[in-house]
Design a protein around this ligand. Structure first.
Ligand SMILES: [Zn+2]
Length: 349
């Protein structure tokens, strides 16, 4: 691969190009090596800032869910503030955040200096409550949208199994009609596939342990096929993870225009497997990158997600995932480094 470079004069970029050509054009300029890549500010397209004080966990996905439920009371403004400060210190250009409590979302809307999307997490498996829950969510989102905030709002139906089919369809309808983006955890763990296809496995035991109703009426379909059958795939939806998929499902996602965010370190730590990058790239679905929360990732730096895969995936794809694709899934304009770009807007990896 050819090496690239930037010429910097004062505090601004004066030229961008291949290193050899730049050295010819600027023969007297001293050369400073800056690492693996120089990019615009990276984007963390999937995190949960309100989990920033929950201890880092490694283990099976179902035991991670127990860990999160056990620490539910910590999902507050203080935790979200800590996560937001970490993103600011990393100099991210945008973020996609799943928010559990409405009051935390209100706080982030008022205080985030960073652009992006705050997705309200929705969990409800009782189909008879679908109407009332959907109405409440629609009202909350339209109220939040009135606020003059740096950051937008969207909806996050938690997973295909923690939201009833009736509610999921209504949330998608609201999102389409009102233009709210959707982000949902899909095809993350083998346990999710087992629950969706057979109604069994370690995830089935989690609600029972906490006195919640057992999972019933599983669709007998894999997560992506289930969403395809419900008609919820499409460009308004970003799925997070997409690890447990076969090629036909990758094709369904790609052809429907569904977007994708990958969190490779979290997937490895929670024994979820490795997202099949080759299949997604073959069908021209390029993912964005997210860290997931501090409870399943050691930090909120998406560059480290990319470096984690540096030897396995084309580094140019990884750089696009952490920059351009991240801006796109959040509906933000992707900056480019050109002549005149302030050097403060260039990140080295
Ligand atoms: Zn997540």
């Amino acid at each position: 691969m050819l090496e690239g470079g930037l010429v910097v004069v004062g505090q601004h970029v004066a030229a961008v190009g291949q290193l050899a050509e730049l050295q010819q054009a600027y023969p007297d300029t001293p050369l400073v090596h800056k690492g693996k890549a120089l990019t615009p500010p990276v984007v963390n397209a999937h995190t949960h800032l309100d989990l920033s004080t929950v201890p880092y966990f490694r283990g099976s996905y179902s035991s991670f869910i127990r860990h999160v439920i056990d620490h539910a009371s910590e999902r507050n403004v203080k935790a979200a503030e800590r996560g937001l400060r970490e993103l600011q210190a990393l100099g991210v250009g945008g973020f996609g955040d799943i928010v559990y409590k409405p009051e935390v979302l209100t706080w982030l809307l008022e205080h985030s200096p960073l652009p992006g999307v705050l997705y309200l997490e929705v969990i409800n498996r009782n189909p008879s409550q679908a109407d009332s829950v959907a109405k409440k969510v629609a009202q909350q989102l339209s109220d939040w949208r009135q606020q003059n905030s740096q950051v937008g709002v969207g909806i996050s139906p938690h997973t295909p199994y923690n939201v009833s089919a009736a509610l999921l369809k209504k949330l998608v309808e609201i999102a389409r009609l009102e233009g709210f983006p959707l982000q949902m955890h899909v095809a993350e763990s083998p346990e999710e596939t087992e629950l969706m296809t057979q109604g069994s496995g370690a995830l089935q035991e989690v609600p029972l342990q906490y006195g919640f109703p057992a999972y019933q009426d599983w669709p007998g379909l894999t997560p992506v096929r289930y969403l395809a059958e419900l008609g919820v795939l499409g460009p308004h939806l970003t799925i997070v993870h997409g690890v447990q998929v076969d090629e036909e499902e990758v094709q369904m996602l790609a052809q429907s225009g569904t977007r994708l965010v990958s969190c490779p370190r979290s997937n490895a730590g929670l024994k979820c497997g490795r997202m099949p990058w080759e299949l997604y790239l073959k069908h021209r679905l390029e993912p964005a990158l997210g860290t997931d929360s501090r409870s399943s990732s050691p930090d909120l730096d998406v560059r480290k997600e990319a470096l984690f895969l540096w030897e396995q995936v084309d580094p140019r794809v990884l750089v696009r995932a952490a920059t351009r694709n991240g801006y796109r899934v959040l509906g933000l304009e992707a900056p480019r480094i050109t002549r005149g770009t302030p050097i403060s807007q260039v990140q080295s990896w």
